[in-house]
Design a protein around this ligand. Structure first.
Ligand code: ATP
Length: 312
């Protein structure tokens, strides 16, 4: 039960109190703590694993509120820094009536973008069994250098590196730059998880099949996963490949399903029992869609067992 460190951004999503409206039409917003890397850390802890989040928050009420959420959920915040000058990142997010998600980010710059390599808690990072990250922390300096250093320190200390690019196109200067930077750290990772949309974005091709997935393979990779929402996931290793079906649930909000899947995978990871582990991860993803918001919907172990085995 080694330490899983998740590196990157933690922020507050403001979501409309009513659904199916544009940001301008929304009558009000409620706070929904998020950020993929912090969701992953909380997903691990909720399943009973040891997790820490590394990143930077504003030294403001929202930043301390988020650090409190980590601690309340059993995630170590030893690696969290607070910026005196910059605010905690905010994002206004709505699911419009046409089904499209609309984002508006407040990052000018936000505290998460200002993490420096010198601020990293290297002792903590060296103790990780797994080091997980996304790509939003690569967008600007100094956070980009902090990300690269943390990855290197974790790898040198023997951690398994796990990468979920988590594409947020509006945050990048251009699609080309996003693709280039996302790929710039590709061959460092031991485990990579992409969604079907990210696979299409990276390959610049609409086709989602084994050939497209295998075009993302690199020599040192141990495991590649492509998640397919309600169609489950596909997995690829040097020796074998396969698919796991999704669980049939009544989805109300898919936010965080991918993070829940990744948290479960990293908590349970074991090549000899990969299929079983991925069934568990898909069950976690499915459960996360059945409630609004990401963090409140992340399951504990007994909820997963109930979905896997049926109620007793
Ligand atoms: P997100 O960015 O929304 O957090 P993602 O696109 O990274 O998610 P998904 O493919 O949506 O990842 O979800 C991850 C896993 O969760 C899927 O492989 C699947 O097992 C499960 N899942 C997601 N959506 C559903 C759904 N509607 N019904 C059942 N299972 C789902």
């Amino acid at each position: 039960n080694g330490l899983i460190i998740s590196f990157g951004e933690m922020l507050i999503d403001f979501v409309p109190t009513v659904s199916g409206v544009s940001l301008a039409e929304a009558p009000g917003f409620i706070k929904a703590p998020g950020g993929a890397p912090s969701n992953v850390a909380i997903a691990v802890a909720r399943l009973g694993g040891k997790a820490a989040f590394v990143g930077k928050l504003g030294d403001d009420e929202f930043g301390h509120m988020l650090a409190g959420i980590l601690k309340d959920n059993g995630v170590s915040a030893e690696g969290v820094n607070f910026d005196k000058g910059a605010r905690t990142a905010l994002a206004f997010v709505t699911l419009r009536a046409d089904g499209e998600r609309e984002f508006m980010f407040y990052r000018n710059p936000s505290a998460d973008m200002l993490l420096t390599p010198q601020e990293l808690n290297l002792q903590l990072i060296k103790s990780a069994k797994v080091f997980h990250y996304g790509s939003i922390s690569l967008i600007v300096e100094p956070c980009r250098s902090a990300h690269l250093k943390a990855m290197e320190v974790a790898k040198d200390a023997g951690a398994l590196l796990s990468y979920d690019p988590n594409l947020r196109l509006p945050l990048w200067p251009s699609a080309e730059e996003a693709r280039k930077q996302i790929m710039s750290i590709w061959d460092k990772a031991d485990v990579i998880k992409v969604s079907d949309e990210e696979l299409q974005f990276i390959t610049q091709n609409d086709i989602i099949d084994d050939e497209a997935a295998m075009s993302l393979w690199h020599n040192n990779l141990k495991l590649l996963l492509v998640t397919l929402g309600e169609k489950g996931c596909r997995y690829y290793t040097k020796k074998f490949r396969g698919a796991v079906d999704a669980y049939n649930v009544k989805a109300v909000d898919t936010t965080g399903a991918g993070d829940s899947f990744v948290g479960a995978l990293l908590h349970k990871i074991d090549e000899a029992r990969l299929k079983e582990v991925l069934k568990y991860a898909c069950a976690c993803g499915a459960i996360t869609t059945t409630q609004k918001g990401a963090i409140p919907a992340l399951p504990n172990h007994s909820q997963v067992l109930t979905l896997l085995n049926g109620p007793n």
